[in-house]
Design a protein around this ligand. Sequence first.
Ligand SMILES: C[S@@+](CC[C@H](N)C(=O)[O-])C[C@H]1O[C@@H](n2cnc3c(N)ncnc32)[C@H](O)[C@@H]1O
Length: 222
Amino acid sequence: MPIRIDERLTAIANLVKGGSVADVGCDHGKLGYYLVSTDRADRVIATDISAPSLKKATELAYDNGVAEIMETRLGDGLSPIKSGEVDSVIIAGLGGDVMAEILKSARLDAKKFRHFILSPNTHPEKVRRELLDSNHFISKDFLTECAGKYYTIISTELKEGYKDSLDNEQLLYGKFFTEDKIFLKRSLEEIHTMKNILAMHSSAQLESKIKALEEVLEKVNK
Ligand SMILES: C[S@@+](CC[C@H](N)C(=O)[O-])C[C@H]1O[C@@H](n2cnc3c(N)ncnc32)[C@H](O)[C@@H]1O
């Protein structure tokens, strides 16, 4: 049965280059099912730390006759996946602090994965900082909009012996923020909201936040 996924998961699915995929923190399992049912992936291993969440993914795979190519495994982060076991690892919808810890723990266990697709809900800078330490080159880093919210999506490639370098603004706003039209849109909205608040209550902190963001926007190609 075909499945519809939202714009955020579609943007993530579009970054998969075929082969095998691990979907870490799969919850409902819709992304994994979408990938195998549309032939975007040959095989998916969907994992979750929560047994009730994983049960939803397992049932989705069985009910739709794809359990042979969509396996489910219970466990924390990348612990259920062996080094190099899949071509791509997706981690989406988790906080950036948890995601950075998952990546760090895999790195300390000397696990290597060729391709990460990461979509942290919060603290993307923590994820980017960890990627710099794990020899992953950030090839795509953009915001996507879905149901009125903005989501960071980062795609990386393993490059042995290589260390990507990002300045502080790239760590905070994305490697390619100067070219990202959705970053521009979100920032203008944030400035507009902050100015509305400022019109009602004076706040030196808010004023300096607006000034800082306006300075960042001067670097964005309009
Ligand atoms: C908000 S859902 C995101 C589901 C899906 N990835 C998406 O983006 O729509 C977060 C899922 O991550 C799982 N999770 C949280 N911490 C985890 C960890 N350390 N390892 C594996 N799964 C985790 C939760 O149990 C939950 O099912």
